[in-house]
Design a protein around this ligand. Structure first.
Ligand code: MG
Length: 243
């Protein structure tokens, strides 16, 4: 793969002279943690119980949205109107309750190694997630000790509009005092890729779920890898190509 050619194409399109990398913005679920199988199971169960048609694949297609947005989008599509605040609260709580019965989500294979590589280069690793679990910060710290500064984490608590809107990524740029040519994104979900691309960022996708790779390409991913480990293995070559 000619990474330099792909980066040049991105630079030309965005009107940047070069990538001057200072930070890597990581999505969380399906990138840092292998948590999507649990989310898929919990969401599809709660939504089906509430009368929605909502398969595990639907969970992957909606990945990145906040819980409220996921429910509203399904309600509009299936019943022609948004959900009520009561239903949103009830379903979000039910989903969290089911999720809490699962074993702790494991780190994604290759994720720790990749974040360490990023850090060793003097780059700032940041997190941009649509998740809003209360225990999220503890989970990050216990799995990636000392690697993510809490002021460099954007969650669903920090933005009104979640992915696929660019807002979470734009806020990350602001928090990191970065311009779009100073950061790249690692995402796994089509809506996450859309959000990052809409923020003008070079976006690497790792297809860690069951969706077709073409879905990530259509969302605008600049590079696609079959796993985080595969991306980690190529990281040095990609970084050198930004120079
Ligand atoms: Mg994700």
């Amino acid at each position: 793969m000619d990474y330099r050619k792909i980066i040049d194409k991105y630079l030309q399109l965005q009107g940047h002279k070069a990538l001057q990398l200072r930070a890597v913005l990581f999505d969380m679920d399906g990138v840092l943690f292998n948590s999507m199988p649990y989310h898929a199971e919990a969401w599809s169960q709660v939504m089906s119980d509430a009368g929605y048609t909502f398969s595990k694949e639907d969970v992957y297609m909606n990945e990145g949205r906040t819980g409220a947005d996921t429910i509203n989008t399904a309600s509009i599509a299936q019943f022609g109107h948004p959900s009520t605040p009561e239903e949103i609260d009830r379903l979000c709580k039910a989903k969290c309750d089911i999720f809490a019965t699962y074993p702790p989500t494991p780190r994604m294979e290759g994720a720790l190694e990749l974040v360490l590589k990023v850090k060793e280069l003097g780059l700032t690793p940041m997190i941009v997630t649509g998740s809003g679990t209360p225990t999220l910060l503890n989970k990050i710290e216990s799995n990636f000790p000392g690697l993510f500064n809490t002021s460099h984490i954007v969650t669903s608590f920090n933005v009104k509009r979640g992915k696929p809107y660019p807002d979470p990524y734009l806020l990350a740029l602001e928090k990191g005092n970065l311009t779009p040519d100073q950061a790249i994104v690692v995402e796994n979900a089509p809506l996450g890729v859309e959000a990052a691309v809409a923020a003008g960022l070079f976006t690497i996708a790792a297809n860690t779920g069951p969706l077709k790779e073409s879905v990530l390409a259509e969302a605008g991913a600049n590079l696609i890898f079959p796993s985080i480990q595969a991306l980690c293995d190529e990281w040095e070559r990609i970084y050198q190509s930004t120079k």
